[in-house]
Design a binder for this molecule. Structure first.
Ligand code: OAD
Length: 248
């Protein structure tokens, strides 16, 4: 990590009133949850996303899609929040306003203790009915694969946003408002390619916010933001929060 780059970013954070943060798969990497687009180990390495994470894929092969999500749930259920997730809880306590916008469908921000989270892409641990997208309680789920809702007969699917689907409109509107109103926007561990999430840091830039990226690799955002901190979220975030608020 570049220590010289840390200080100006920490200074921007120390002066901020409202900080908004977009997080992606990279923040959970140190918790043992694979990212999506790593060519060797990424979650999409064996399949193309369209074969698993679309409504059409579920219609074509519901068992395959359900089982892939069941495998991911098992993987994530064993994972623990890392120092990056914990640093964000410390940071939130220092600020007047803090808007956390995760793309991840895991529960590691919640496990660490973050509150008021705008989960853009839903949750791996939610189950919804295929036709009306209403949540289903586990006692209303049949035992087949994929299960059915015993009240309505509808097939049940994971409560996540798939490619080609709209994000929950109220959640997206709140995230866009935060991006436009914050003083500092942090983009952490995301490839910044999946819309509409990828536009949030650019909205923040257009509205005059200071944008900080934390990622070991370059992304389409890197050339545009004021501060780029190259490194792992689990290492950079604790260092950044400690530099901004040494008394914490
Ligand atoms: P990706 O897998 O596309 O990108 C992960 C990013 O994390 C890359 O830019 C890596 O360089 C970076 N990274 C890897 N290890 C890291 C670490 N230890 N610390 C910090 N950064 C690290 O994941 P996302 O950008 O989150 O959507 O993907 C966005 C969306 O695409 C996901 O939410 C998912 C997927 O399709 C849906 O499922 C709707």
């Amino acid at each position: 990590m570049d220590a010289a780059a840390l200080q100006p970013a920490a200074e921007a954070l120390r002066r901020a009133r409202h900080v908004a943060l977009l997080t992606g798969a990279g923040i959970s990497a140190e918790s043992g949850v694979p990212t999506f687009r790593d060519a060797q180990t990424g979650l999409w390495a064996r399949y193309r996303p369209e074969e698993l994470a679309t409504p059409e894929a579920f219609a074509r092969d519901p068992k395959l899609v359900w089982q892939w999500y069941a495998w991911r749930r098992e993987l994530v259920a064993k994972a623990q929040p890392n120092a990056g997730h914990h640093a964000l809880v410390t940071l939130a306590a220092k600020l007047a306003q803090f808007t956390l916008i995760p793309q991840n469908v895991d529960h590691l921000h919640e496990e660490a203790g973050s509150k008021n989270i705008l989960k853009l892409h839903g949750s791996l641990f939610a189950n919804i009915r295929e036709e009306d997208h209403e949540p289903v309680a586990s006692e209303d789920m049949s035992d087949d694969v994929p299960p059915h809702c015993v009240r309505t007969g509808q097939r049940i699917r994971p409560g996540v946003v798939w490619f080609g689907e709209s994000l929950p409109q109220d959640v997206l509107a709140a995230a866009m408002q935060a991006a436009r109103r914050c003083d500092v926007f942090l983009s952490i561990g995301t490839s910044t390619v999946v819309e509409p999430a990828a536009s949030l840091p650019f909205m923040a830039l257009q509205s005059g916010a200071t944008v900080i990226e934390i990622n070991p690799d370059a992304t389409p955002l890197s050339a545009h933001c004021q501060h780029v901190l190259r490194g792992k979220a689990a290492e950079v975030l604790p260092a950044l929060v400690a530099a901004a608020f040494p008394e914490s």
